[in-house]
Write a protein that binds this ligand. Structure first.
Ligand code: PLP
Length: 407
């Protein structure tokens, strides 16, 4: 009999959203009359914008004719999309990248989950806490997380982010090899100022730490001066890999397209002490395991950077951010302490009293018929907090705030 990867068996329970789905299903079975309002999972609800739809149609039409049909595309993405991103998302921020430093993929989840294949098996991983679970679980599957003891992994270094430190992580005293950062943050909705990010980049350069910077929510930043890309910080191109996605920027959660930047200057060391470019390793890995994103989807993604595409996606994002403001104001009025919702579609609230996050989840579900996400699902420091998202309709968001009076 073959042996399974034991690391998978160490990963506790079901994935956060599976547990939520089970509890919601149980509630629906016992309360079929209640109309639920979902402010839980971070999925968009508005349709793709017309510029994207037109480009998708054009891409599909090209696939219908022998002269324009496309078979396998380039493993790292079509040039037209790479150029559109370099110009629309990087040059526009004053960041100059080589075209082969950018890789198109079918999602940031795959990118942030797979990038650990480049790390040595014993690399020490640091994450902010609370954290998007994929960073931790993908390293746990590879055996780098150690053992799960109660609410945390004993080989992962957790950097607490709470009201006490204003959700700004302090860099660890112990040695680490890799630090995952996500800003604007999921789940807390908080951001780092340029100075705070610069401090982290300087620390990473000094300590030779690789930063994986997840900027999936950069399109939601509204505060002047908040960095949308880590490469806005000088020197970051030597220590940071950056991921970004069309999912939350342009509603591609079901369409699938993302990109990752691996500058040539980012290097690791091999056993003999030689420096190795991570860019080359990722190219090797990608050409072995990936055959590119479908042509019509890349056409649709490129249209996001057209002038009309930009106007249209900005309007959708503004709609979500209006919901975020409704949630912030609604909760603040009811006396909750809240963070986020200004530069991110997530609102992070402090649960009053001594209830756990799952207790609060159950109370909110049962008394108000509102579904949110328990903070403890994102790491030990998430206990005592709760995440709401701005992705529902304005009407449902307002109704959810009204229902908070029932709890
Ligand atoms: N990174 C973060 C921080 C996310 O919250 C999400 C999705 O919720 C992703 C990545 C996944 O993005 P994608 O849909 O591109 O896989």
């Amino acid at each position: 009999m073959f042996h399974v990867n034991e690391n998978f068996l160490k990963i506790p329970g079901s994935y956060l959203f599976a547990e939520i789905a089970q509890r919601v299903q149980r509630f629906r079975n016992s309360h079929p009359e209640t109309e639920l309002i979902r402010l839980g999972i971070g999925d968009v609800t508005q349709p793709l914008v017309p510029a994207v739809i037109d480009a998708l149609h054009r891409g599909v039409e090209e696939m219908a004719h022998r002269e324009t049909f496309k078979g396998y595309g380039p493993d790292y993405g079509y040039d037209f999309l790479i150029q559109a991103i370099l110009k629309g998302d990087y040059e526009s921020r004053g960041i100059c990248l080589d075209r082969d430093e950018l890789f198109i993929s079918d999602g940031s989840k795959c990118d942030v989950g797979s990038i650990q294949e480049l790390f040595s098996p014993d690399a020490r991983i640091a994450v902010t806490d609370p954290v998007y679970p994929v960073y931790v679980d993908s390293n746990a599957m590879a055996g780098r997380a150690g053992d799960f003891t109660g609410d945390h992994w004993n080989r992962i270094v957790y950097l607490p982010c709470s009201a006490e430190n204003g959700f700004v992580p302090e860099m660890p005293q112990e040695p680490v090899d890799v630090l995952y950062l996500c800003y604007p943050n999921n789940p807390t909705g908080t951001v780092l100022t340029r100075e705070q990010l610069q401090h982290i980049v300087e620390w990473a350069r000094k300590e030779h730490v690789l930063i994986i910077y997840d900027a999936a929510y950069r399109a939601y930043i509204t505060t002047e001066g908040i960095p949308g890309s880590i490469y806005e910080i000088p020197g970051a191109e030597e220590v940071a890999i950056e991921c970004c996605s069309f999912s939350k920027t342009a509603g591609f959660t079901g369409t699938r397209c993302a990109y990752m930047v691996i500058p040539h200057a980012v290097k690791g060391m091999d056993e003999k002490g030689r420096l190795v470019e991570l860019n080359g390793l990722w190219k090797r890995r990608t050409s072995t395991k990936f055959n590119g994103v479908s042509y019509p989807v890349q056409c649709g993604a490129a249209a996001v950077f057209s002038p009309e595409g930009q106007v249209q996606i900005r309007k959708v994002i503004a709609g979500y951010m209006k919901n975020a403001a409704i949630i912030r104001e609604g909760l603040t009025r009811r006396g909750y302490e809240v963070w986020g919702g200004k530069d991110a579609p997530y609102i992070w609230l402090k649960i009053p009293g001594h209830q756990t996050s799952w207790d609060f989840f159950d109370v909110l579900l049962e008394k108000a018929g509102v579904v949110g996400t328990p903070g403890s699902g994102f790491g030990p420091c998430g206990e005592g907090y709760f995440r709401l998202t701005a992705f529902n309709t304005e009407e449902a968001t307002r109704a959810a705030m009204e229902r908070f009076s029932r709890i």
